[in-house]
Design a protein around this ligand. Structure first.
Ligand code: HEM
Length: 244
């Protein structure tokens, strides 16, 4: 950190260079630099919040596609259609193409409903609060867990059924703060759009370039506390031979 500090002071490094430089250049309300432990805390938060969650979602996608031929077929069709409709010879995914990956994202949404990467967290009551007849004194920690609404039959009919189409045109709108894979309110995940693009891009390239199968087809998902394939999700990968 000290080398970066010196580089920032000398002007040989910009505060917009990366996250760490940004945190080191930041000043608090008294125009003082942030303490090292605050910088470290924020840095670790970003690692866990961005890397582990996205890696979890992508692993869940690979796990699901390996074991559900119907879902795999539809995802493959959607992705291949995108390549087929591509004009010109440029073999690169575009922003507009990512917006067309509706079904693939519905699969991710449904996975996050049933197996949310981050399934719970806390909130602290900043003032005495009453919620549905319960008094919550100022300073108390309130625990919320996504499964309370994600698996509620009143909100998501047949909650144990994997059905990506439920996000298409739900018979009744999903009430606010009921579908919470990215949280809600002030602390709503600020990386949600990045996670969507990252996941869709990865799955697009994966289904385009290879075929694969699970080494352990009976593998289940456990929690550590994030969802984790119980056997580490080993897969056998075979490149698709029609690729140059
Ligand atoms: C599938 C991927 C992801 C999932 C499921 C996810 C989930 C969540 C959830 C549930 C929260 C709210 C936590 C709370 O209410 O206390 C959150 C917050 C946050 N997420 Fe994500 N996230 C994902 C990807 C990312 C990525 C890619 C980034 C950064 C590039 C990111 C950065 C953050 C940050 C910084 C917060 C804290 C926001 C705040 O407290 O104001 N997340 N995320």
């Amino acid at each position: 950190m000290n080398i970066r500090r010196e580089e920032l002071a000398k002007g040989t490094l910009s505060s917009t260079n990366d996250m760490l430089s940004g945190l080191l250049a930041l000043r608090d309300e008294n125009h003082q630099p942030l303490a090292d432990d605050i910088i470290t805390d924020n840095f670790i938060l970003l690692f866990v919040a961005s890397h582990d969650t996205s890696a979890t979602l992508m692993s869940l996608m690979i796990w699901k596609l390996s074991r559900d031929p119907e879902v795999y077929k539809k995802v493959l069709e959607e992705q291949m259609e995108i390549i087929k409709q591509r004009e010109g010879t440029e073999d690169r995914l575009t922003w507009a193409e990512i917006q067309k990956m509706k079904y693939t994202w519905r699969v991710a949404q449904e996975l996050m409903r049933m197996i949310p990467p981050l399934f719970d967290t806390f909130r602290q009551a900043l003032k005495d609060t009453n919620f549905q007849g319960y008094d919550i004194p100022k300073g108390w920690q309130v625990y919320w867990a996504a499964c309370g609404t994600h698996m509620n039959n009143e909100i998501f009919k047949n909650p144990n059924k994997f059905d990506p189409s439920r996000f298409d045109n739900p018979p009744k709108p999903i009430p606010s703060f009921s579908y919470l894979p990215f949280g809600g309110g002030l602390h709503y995940c600020l990386g949600n759009e990045f996670a969507r693009v990252e996941t869709l891009t990865t799955i697009h390239n994966f289904v385009k370039m290879c075929e694969w199968s699970q080494v352990n087809p009976e593998e289940t998902i456990t929690r550590q506390p994030m969802p984790y394939p119980s056997m580490g999700l080993p897969i056998k990968i075979k490149p698709k031979c029609n690729l140059s």
